[in-house]
Design a protein around this ligand. Structure first.
Ligand code: SAH
Length: 253
């Protein structure tokens, strides 16, 4: 088999945050596969066939990519942010795991990208300076009881929590329920950040307390960060959001 498959992370949005290595993989590709808005971020050029698909068909998309690569094509599968974070890389390896044994011989590589959590953290200051974790609030691929059990565990462990996929049209109430759980475990003045469309033209960053956060609007392009007991705010001027950082040192209990 002479084809190849590269799973490429496009970063949060700004083309300057795409790695050179990812850009080179996109330049080599003959076929481009991914969710419509991510495929749209890659400029058209002669010799590049674009296969944009809807969001909910990740495994089909992965199989399609593997079939094309097995037929000798150079294929790039694209994801926003990092492709290994709640994105296509896991779908590709799941398809390999359960698919045609010949796919294991393919040249499959993953090009990392800057994930939303890191892009948002950089805008805020240093909220991930201590221990942290990332959770997807989506219950499309796991039961809601699993989401809440994990959320409670990490809130009790005093980790900073980054919430991906906080809300969508099909999941309008989950973020409110998650913040309710957080309010039952963490102090009302805990900093919470809503980082929307980070590194895109419509970026919006809001920082508030957990008590205020329950009223805050969010959408599919928002990453929500819930601070730990060691997360601090540094107020700044009018119209500027405060810096948010999490101290690296934690007092003995
Ligand atoms: N692979 C992606 C995450 C896919 S899950 C990554 O590594 O970033 C999709 C979720 O990521 C969105 O619902 C949102 O919570 C978050 N997200 C992706 N891009 C974002 C951006 N530019 N700003 C804020 N959040 C973003």
């Amino acid at each position: 088999m002479t084809g190849s498959l590269t799973v490429v992370g496009l970063g949060p949005g700004d083309p300057d945050l795409l790695t050179d290595s990812a850009r080179a993989a996109l330049d080599r590709a003959q076929d481009l596969i991914g969710y419509i808005p991510y495929v749209a971020r890659v400029p058209e050029r002669p010799g590049l066939v674009r296969h944009a698909s809807d969001n909910r068909v990740e495994i089909d998309r992965a199989r399609h990519a593997l079939e094309l690569a097995a037929s000798g094509r150079h294929v790039a599968v694209v994801s926003g942010g990092d492709p290994g974070v709640f994105a296509m890389a896991a779908a590709v390896f799941e398809a390999v795991d359960h698919g045609d044994p010949a796919w294991r011989q393919l040249a499959i590589t993953v090009e990392p990208g800057i994930t939303a959590m890191l892009a948002a953290a950089a805008r805020l200051g240093a909220p991930l300076g201590g221990d942290f974790c990332a959770l997807s609030l989506s219950d499309n691929l796991k039961p809601w009881e699993v989401v809440t059990a994990r959320l409670e565990a990490v809130l009790r462990a005093d980790l900073v929590v980054a919430l991906y996929n906080p809300i969508s049209k099909a999941r309008p109430w989950q973020l409110g329920a998650a913040l309710e759980i957080a309010a039952g475990i963490r102090a009302a003045e805990t900093p919470v950040a809503f980082a929307r469309a980070v590194r895109r033209p419509d970026e919006a960053i809001r920082v508030m307390t957990l008590a205020e956060a329950r009223e805050a609007p969010a959408d599919m392009a928002t990453l929500v960060l819930i601070g730990a007991s060691t997360t601090r705010l540094i107020p700044r001027g009018v119209g500027q959001h405060p810096f948010v950082y999490t101290a690296r040192s934690v007092a003995a209990r």
